[in-house]
Design a protein around this ligand. Structure first.
Ligand code: BEZ
Ligand code: FE
Length: 297
């Protein structure tokens, strides 16, 4: 097709794509072209602005390595990850869900850890936290033998893979639920932390005068054949930035009761007050139990 004006471009591209054999991929690609063309027209995108946008895309690619996923970070900071999560969980967005975005820091093959053990693998400052979790199905029945990955940042605000002062897999562990659907572990109370701001995602956040911070949270990935894999985060109630999470991950269902204990007998002899406990029950839904592609190695 010979293009005569700007109005010919969108139909020409859609026509050129129409023989793509996979109907679902064709639907996605057509909608993408329609929306991105409509966006360019709506803002009357200039050539310099288009160059800037392409530079940003290239920057996301260049910044991404085996240990850093700028693409996920960008999707997170524009709310796309949370949107996709909420559309695909809680009976496809029709009910409240305990799911939340994966984020860029899940690693596969966390060290298997016995229920009750610690995930502190190198000296890590912060008050002790004893977490007791339970996994149940939609009818409230315990889900036994579910595999649960746990990960969180240290109180210095970094995940172990970002920080050479932490042992490999510090604050990460893999647990299996018992016959009552329970597992527990010891760690330190998580702290809030800023997302990396040295790439296009962080630069955009700073440009928009937003706080680059995430409120304190623990991450969980719960996996058992027959159930939809539950990826989630449990936030510390009252944490700083709880109502302005830079990646829009906080929902009411995900605010945990991290209880402070100022006196009494601590759960471990080396622990002095204050220490914290967390009790939380995860509800998993029936569905596909696939694992996400790990954002980092
Ligand atoms: C995280 O919680 O690990 C995270 C999520 C989104 C962006 C950055 C970090
Ligand atoms: Fe996190």
């Amino acid at each position: 097709m010979i293009i005569e004006s700007e109005n010919d471009v969108t139909p020409a591209v859609l026509k050129a794509m129409e023989k793509a054999p996979d109907a679902r991929i064709r639907e996605i690609q057509e909608a993408f072209v329609k929306h991105i063309h409509a966006f360019a027209k709506e803002v009357r995108l200039t050539e310099r602005e288009w160059e800037y946008g392409i530079g940003m895309l290239n920057g996301i690619g260049k910044k991404t390595t085996d240990t850093h996923n700028e693409g996920i970070l960008f999707s997170d900071t524009i709310g796309l990850s949370t949107l996709v999560c909420l559309m695909n969980n809680g009976a496809n967005g029709s009910t409240e869900t305990a799911a939340a975005l994966l984020g860029p820091f899940w690693r596969m093959h966390s060290p298997e850890t016995k229920s009750g053990d610690s995930i502190i693998r190198s000296p890590t400052p912060g008050p002790a936290l004893f977490a007791s979790l339970k996994v149940v199905d939609a009818s409230g029945k315990p889900v036994a033998n579910a595999e649960v990955d746990v990960w969180h940042a240290s109180t210095t605000g970094m995940y172990e893979n970002q920080d050479e002062n932490q042992a490999d897999h510090n604050l990460r562990g893999k647990f299996f639920t018992d016959a009552e659907g329970r597992f527990s572990f010891r760690t330190v109370l998580p702290a809030g932390y800023p997302i990396p701001t040295d790439g296009p995602a962080g630069e955009m956040v700073l440009f928009q005068k937003r706080e680059p911070w995430r409120p304190a949270h623990l991450h969980f990935l719960i996996h058992k054949p027959g159930f939809k894999t539950l990826v989630t985060q449990i936030f510390v109630d009252g944490a700083k930035y709880i109502d302005c999470d830079v990646v829009f991950g906080v929902t009411k269902a995900l605010i945990g009761d991290y209880r402070k204990h100022e006196s009494g007998t601590a759960p471990a002899p080396d622990v002095k007050a204050p220490w914290y406990t967390l009790d939380y029950t995860f509800h998993v839904e029936p569905g596909e139990s696939g694992l996400p592609t790990p954002p980092i190695k």
